[in-house]
Design a protein around this ligand. Structure first.
Ligand code: HEC
Length: 162
């Protein structure tokens, strides 16, 4: 491991030196090499930061298709009068604890979303879905179809009691 990264370093060093030697006295070649190297380093550094969120959203997408889309629709539009839309719904992108409570323990009764009345029964998912799956699906619906709200962690889901 250690020897591998050392040899990688010396390889990079060789490439830089070779680049300089090749460029000869031309200063433009010499100055373009370090800047493209740092651009590559920036790209590499930002990749791990994006990866976990993307993975959560992907997992949430399959939880959604299996458990939620039959009522709320594949694109979160719901069915007017029967199933409320999740897309563009202020509750969905609002307080995370409130969303967790609804998905975990269900809700029923009068509800108005985007001027449309609902009075149905949202099933409770506690037990059917794990805290991790609930976190994933909420993260997904909060970041899909034009919704832009933050991710929810399994620990946050576990902390919400009935
Ligand atoms: C059997 C149909 C059905 C399924 C499946 C279902 N829901 Fe619902 N959901 C409803 C109904 C009906 C309501 C409105 C309940 C009411 O009138 O109080 C609702 C409400 C909601 C709300 C609250 C919306 C608001 O404006 O307050 C959220 C969030 C939600 N559902 C998310 C989900 C998620 C996530 C899943 C999948 C894990 C899911 N639902 C699966 C029928 C369903």
């Amino acid at each position: 491991m250690r020897r591998f990264s050392l040899s990688l370093l010396s390889l990079a060093g060789c490439a830089l030196i070779a680049g300089c030697a090749h460029g000869g006295s031309s200063s433009s070649t010499a100055s373009s090499a370090p800047s493209s190297a740092s651009a590559a380093a920036t790209a590499v550094a930002s990749a791990p930061a994006n990866a976990p969120n993307g993975a959560e959203a992907n997992a949430g997408g399959s939880v959604y298709v299996t458990n939620c889309s039959s009522c709320h629709g594949a694109t979160g539009d719901g069915l007017p009068g029967a199933f409320p839309p999740l897309a563009g719904n202020p509750v969905v992108v609002g307080d995370a604890t409130a969303v967790v409570h609804i998905v975990k323990y269900g809700r029923s009764g009068a509800l108005v979303v985007k001027g449309q009345r609902y009075s149905g029964v949202m099933p409770a998912w506690n037990g059917t879905l794990s805290d991790t799956q609930i976190a994933q699906v909420i993260t997904y619906v909060r970041a899909s179809w034009g919704n832009h709200a933050g991710a929810v962690s399994p620990a946050q889901v576990a902390a919400v009691k009935k």
